[in-house]
Write a protein that binds this ligand. Structure first.
Ligand SMILES: C[S@@+](CC[C@H](N)C(=O)[O-])C[C@H]1O[C@@H](n2cnc3c(N)ncnc32)[C@H](O)[C@@H]1O
Length: 208
């Protein structure tokens, strides 16, 4: 979640993240209970809250240890390992909901577009994609040069050499989300600081 070893946070943060997903979908007239198949991309403590859903629950991550944990503990779901770069091991249009909470926050720019394309590929037409990003609320954590770049609407990435780990940090201005990240999707909802399991991250709802 936020890289913390705190088990209380792991449990509560996952529940809050699941609630954020229900809530942004609900506000846009979408009932997660009607989902046929969902994918938790960069999975873990959120998927565990979907046990009662009727639809299929899938998750994937490039961290084999996490996937092993999910396979052992979340028997209702199906979990796969993927590589740092696409593709995913799923056919086209496999899911009607994909979410990636605090995943694009740890990817360098050369992986952001390819992963958006890949998540779009596995989504059915009309399906939804939910992302969380480090947005405006994080601007005070940036250096003056990074802040200037962010305020020009450009992506800021730190430690790109450690792509996919929590050490690599990506910061998304809203304009970058709208014009670049989401360009192949319809932007349906945007909640500043709305990703409650990942405090202060913005929550983005897109439709394919
Ligand atoms: C900060 S954690 C967030 C975990 C979870 N989504 C949550 O909100 O609690 C980032 C997760 O994304 C995974 N991740 C990063 N890059 C990935 C990639 N290219 N493919 C799949 N998973 C990735 C990491 O292994 C890690 O589990």
């Amino acid at each position: 979640m936020t890289g913390t070893p705190d088990i209380g946070w792991f449990l509560e943060g996952g529940a809050r993240a699941a609630e954020s997903i229900r809530s942004i979908l609900g506000k846009n007239g979408i009932d997660i209970g009607q989902t046929r198949a969902l994918l938790d991309f960069g999975c873990g403590c959120v998927a565990r809250h979907w046990q009662r859903l009727q639809g299929e629950v899938h998750g994937c991550d490039f961290n084999r240890r996490l996937v092993r944990w999910c396979r052992r503990r979340l028997r209702f779901g199906r979990f796969e390992v993927n590589a740092l770069r696409p593709p995913l091991p799923y056919p086209d249009r496999r899911f009607d909901l994909v979410y990636a909470l605090s995943v694009f926050t740890h990817l360098p720019e050369d992986l952001q577009g390819p992963w958006m394309d890949e998540l779009g590929r596995v989504l059915a037409p009309g399906g939804h994609l939910i992302l969380s990003v480090h947005g405006q609320r994080y601007v005070d954590e940036l250096s003056p040069a990074e802040r200037a770049r962010f305020e020009e609407g450009r992506l800021v990435v730190r430690q790109e050499g450690l792509a996919g780990t929590n050490v690599c940090g990506a910061y998304h201005p809203f304009e970058y989300v709208r014009q670049t990240l989401a360009r192949a999707f319809t932007l349906v909802g945007f909640l500043p600081e709305g990703a409650h399991g990942n405090p202060r991250q913005d929550l983005v709802l897109l439709r394919r």
